[in-house]
Design a binder for this molecule. Structure first.
Ligand SMILES: [Zn+2]
Ligand SMILES: [Zn+2]
Length: 641
């Protein structure tokens, strides 16, 4: 008998050679029907693979990321089976799972291929899925593997086998299709109930432009037909909310090839929104004891040699700026931290001075390949809501708690309610690759875990995900469409204080190294605004809307009264404008709806006579009439809530 430890800590006994499927069956039949694979001692295995010794086992279903990716990778095999059946002689490269589905790189030889072929392939996939063919694992020798694919004439698989050590090679067969693969896979093809091929693109074999270009087919599959239709609806909605599209329609930002790719231009309305965000965070930071600093956009090469950025990123960055004087080199600032370290060093610090917290909305520049650029989410110049906290080791936990409070305040004000905190710790098996003393790491790691627990954050702990210079906490936010974004990072750093020889005088009168904490609740303003646009579909919270109301006079007769109303409103801390165009009122309302302006104030004969306005709310319609004074009070109340 062997002992199987389940995730809840319970231990059950099974016959040697039992499988994850059998373990699931011993718990419940319903669970067994849904088991896709299993994590056995931290490694993902086929649910049908015999377990020969004591092990900890986690059963994986569609609800686990590893279960999903096993499902999608297995679907890549299924698509390959369909392609081989439909187009004999097709050769296959690699077919991995990706974040949303899978792809397979294939060589169709002389055959023309396009998305017109998708329907036929999808139908074939469903037909083969219905056969419920098992994915059968078979270890083979290198010689056998070479023989099989030589006979089949698939040079890509032979190229892959070349790099594999003998004794480690496995084949998987389902139906009539055999693939070289280390696995794991789902039990059988019958789990796949719905498929959609999404896209076709070219991809060089092994990413090497000198080699053959293969056809990459992207697809996605689901265990239920309804999940596919939900997914397709979500994609449609995401297209409508695309921040690049809304950014243009709402006149928030633009790009110009003349200015340079990946360098956003903030238009007046986008700037108003961005400044609101900056002021909002700045006020919260002042309350939390931060001091604002400003540093230049470039820095001397020596700064980045000291910080280590030059060695690590110099070659892949924007190249240095040279001065007329020989040998002087400056770099565009890729990070604010080195500058802030130098600010820390401008005077001696004592243990009583700590923590010090320097905040800067610092614009940084990082080279990204042009193909990687994407709207505001991948740019070459962006502004971080950056701050660096310098504290004593015993203050780390308290500082973390304060930063968590700040991040939660930001999320609350902007309507992000669904998030988890990911705590990234050292790999306990491989402690030597990290810089900093064991004692400090233990202190910081438990400080982060405790701070997250005391603040009641839903937390996932990831071992081995820490940076070499310190553990961190990331906030993973789910947006209105259920997509995950990483926002808000709090990172401990033992490296830069060492490299910049930062010190403080302790109560023992000795010199000590402070701990440095990097943190950015938004991450960057550019990326944050992109996420926010897509999350709220351009309907910003009222306090943030670039224009909170628009006055719509029915005809030019009422312009004077409209101007008076605007004047009385703009005296307060609210923002609006008048639509003075010679257009019908219906048209003016429609245009204001498209611009997602929260309130419309309609003014005609009756309104002027009564000294009132007729109020409409975006997406809701008529709210009746009230005086400008009443509207102002309502708006201010709504903004402060
Ligand atoms: Zn596989
Ligand atoms: Zn930093």
């Amino acid at each position: 008998m062997i002992n199987i430890t389940l995730p809840d800590g319970s231990v059950r006994q099974y016959e040697k050679g039992t499988t994850a499927y059998q373990i699931a069956l011993s718990i419940s039949e319903g669970l067994a029907r849904n088991v896709l694979a299993a994590e056995v001692n931290g490694e993902v295995w086929d649910a049908s693979r015999p377990i020969e010794a004591d092990a900890s086992v986690k059963l994986l279903t569609w609800n686990d990321n590893a279960g999903k990716s096993t499902f999608w990778h297995s679907s890549a095999h299924l698509m390959a089976e369909a392609l081989e059946a439909l187009y004999p002689g097709t050769k296959f490269g690699i077919g991995p799972a990706i974040e949303t589905g899978f792809y397979y790189d294939v060589d169709f030889g002389d055959r023309e291929f396009s998305s017109d072929d998708f329907k036929q392939i999808e139908d074939k996939i469903i037909e083969l899925a219905k056969a419920k063919s098992e994915y059968v694992r078979k270890p083979v020798s290198k010689a056998e593997a070479v023989e099989y694919f030589t006979e089949k004439g698939d040079e890509y698989k032979l190229d892959l086998i070349k790099d594999l050590p003998d004794g480690s090679i496995t084949f998987y067969t389902q139906g009539n299709f055999t693939d070289l693969c280390r696995g794991p896979h789902i039990p059988n093809t019958g789990f796949v109930k719905a498929v959609k091929l999404m896209n076709v693109a070219g991809a060089y074999w092994r990413g090497d432009e000198s080699r053959k270009q293969l056809t990459r087919i992207y697809g996605v599959t689901f265990p239920k037909a309804s999940e596919l239709s939900d997914y397709l609806k979500m994609i449609e909605e995401a297209k409508k909310r695309d921040h690049r599209k809304l950014g243009k329609e709402l006149e928030l930002f633009a790009f110009s090839e003349k200015v340079g790719m990946g360098l956003p231009l903030w238009l007046p309305k986008g700037t108003a929104l961005r400044e609101k965000l900056v002021n909002f965070l700045q006020r919260a930071q002042v309350k939390a004891g931060y001091e604002q600093v400003i540093t230049p956009h470039i820095g001397h090469k020596n700064l980045y040699v000291t910080s280590g950025h030059y060695d690590k990123y110099g070659a892949d960055s924007f190249q240095p700026i040279k001065t007329p004087q020989e040998g002087e080199e400056f770099f565009l600032k890729p990070m604010n931290c080195p500058h802030h370290c130098e600010i820390y060093k401008t005077k001696p610090r004592s243990y009583k001075d700590l923590p010090v917290r320097f905040a800067e909305f610092g614009t940084v520049y990082r080279y990204e390949q042009s193909g990687e650029l994407h709207g505001l989410t991948r740019v070459r110049g962006f502004t971080q809501d950056d701050a660096h906290l310098f504290c004593r080791p015993d203050q780390v936990k308290d500082e973390f708690k304060k930063v968590i409070d700040l991040v939660l305040y930001v999320f609350g004000a902007l309507g992000f309610e669904n998030f988890t905190a990911q705590v990234s710790l050292r790999d306990p098996e491989n402690k030597t690759k990290y810089i900093g003393t064991d004692e400090n790491w233990q202190l910081a790691e438990s400080a982060i875990i405790e701070a997250a627990a005391e603040k009641g954050l839903p937390t996932v702990v990831e071992l081995g995900e820490a940076a070499f210079y310190g553990p961190k906490l990331d906030f993973m936010v789910k947006d209105a469409l259920g997509r995950k974004w990483q926002l808000g990072t709090i990172q401990v750093d033992y490296n830069l204080p060492e490299r910049f020889e930062l010190e403080y005088t302790g109560s023992d009168n000795q010199k000590h190294r402070p701990v440095m904490i990097h943190r950015a609740p938004f991450g960057s303003l550019e990326r944050f605004v992109a996420v926010l646009i897509e999350h709220c579909a351009g309907n910003f919270p009222l306090w943030l809307a670039p224009e909170q109301f628009i006055i719509l006079p029915i005809s030019e007769k009422y312009e004077d009264y409209a101007k008076k109303v605007l004047e009385s409103l703009n005296n307060s801390d609210i923002r609006g404008l008048i639509d003075l165009r010679d257009e019908k009122i219906g048209r003016k309302i429609r245009d204001a709806e498209v611009k997602k302006i929260p309130y419309m104030l309609i003014i005609g004969e009756k309104e002027e006579a009564e000294g009132k306005v007729s109020l409409r709310k975006h997406g809701q319609g008529d709210l009746g009439s009230m005086t400008a004074e009443e509207f102002r009070n309502q708006l201010i109340k709504e903004i402060t809530v």
